[in-house]
Design a protein around this ligand. Structure first.
Ligand SMILES: [Zn+2]
Length: 267
């Protein structure tokens, strides 16, 4: 599942490829989008920006129109030159936006909506997003406050709650807890303000480090590509710090697996 770092990179790539260009072609398999296009065509508009907010991606068009997408489990944006073969089959295409120079194709995107600035500000799930871990205006104090106001949540669940902190997914959840030395099953209310502050700044630092390099996710800073992550998907293997066996367990209503070292992250 794409996390905020992946979406951030997609948005940056789309922005570089599309912003400032006029739309010369628009295609969609989603009826709600097609209806808007019929009433008020996308062709002829200028792409103003592409940006990420948490795990959401927005593409802004002239004439007060925003395409809001969420990748959920399997969605992705690709960029092609005209005539270049696509890497996925055409029937996975949901939206395609063409300019003279490129075609941006959204594959398997399960959530795609057109909005005006006003309807976007009211969009459930989007308007309530917490501070965006990768946002230029990231408000650390607000993120700490939102965490603190959910004392009953387990840490691993709180970090995935997008209305608390936007952009984190399952990989970073476990890695952030490890770097912070905190057990993902500990309740937020058990932590001191200093621990919460440290957690938030670790989240910001790990995510930011992963949008600058374009390769695989990396949290350990170790040179060996086999040692990129501390705990994620390392069940049964020795902790890179203390040698104890890494554990994993499903967590929360969504049963997202958390990975941790029982020694470095004792409760
Ligand atoms: Zn350990």
């Amino acid at each position: 599942m794409p996390e905020g770092d992946t979406i951030f990179r997609s948005a940056r790539t789309l922005h570089r490829a599309l912003a400032g260009s006029a739309v010369t072609g628009f295609e969609t398999q989603l009826p709600a989008l097609a209806r808007v296009d019929t009433d008020d065509p996308i062709i002829g508009r200028t792409v103003e920006y592409a940006r990420a907010t948490g795990k959401w991606l927005q593409i802004g068009f002239s004439g007060n129109l925003v395409l809001l997408t969420h990748m959920l489990m399997s969605g992705s944006w690709h960029i092609y030159r005209p005539g270049e073969p696509w890497q996925k089959s055409r029937h996975h295409m949901r939206v395609a936006i063409a300019t003279q120079a490129i075609i941006a194709v959204a594959f398997n995107v399960q959530l795609a909506e057109f909005h005006t600035a006003r309807s976007l500000a009211r969009r459930q799930g989007f308007s309530q997003l917490g501070p965006d871990v990768l946002g230029a205006d990231f408000d650390e104090a607000e993120a700490v406050a939102r965490l603190a106001s959910n004392p009953d949540l387990e840490l691993g669940v709180a970090l995935l709650t997008q209305s608390i902190l936007a952009g984190l997914g399952n990989v970073f959840k476990s890695e952030i807890c490890f770097v912070a030395g905190l057990n993902p099953f500990e309740r937020v209310g058990e932590l001191s303000k200093m621990q919460l502050e440290s957690l938030v700044s670790i989240a910001r630092r790990l995510m930011a480090a992963n949008v600058t390099n374009t390769g695989m996710r990396q949290t350990t800073g170790l040179p060996d590509p086999e040692e990129r992550l501390w705990v994620y998907q390392r069940t049964g293997q020795p902790c890179r710090q203390c040698g104890a066996t890494i554990l994993s367990r499903k967590q929360g209503l969504d049963a997202r697996t958390s990975f941790w070292c029982p020694v470095c992250q004792s409760m």
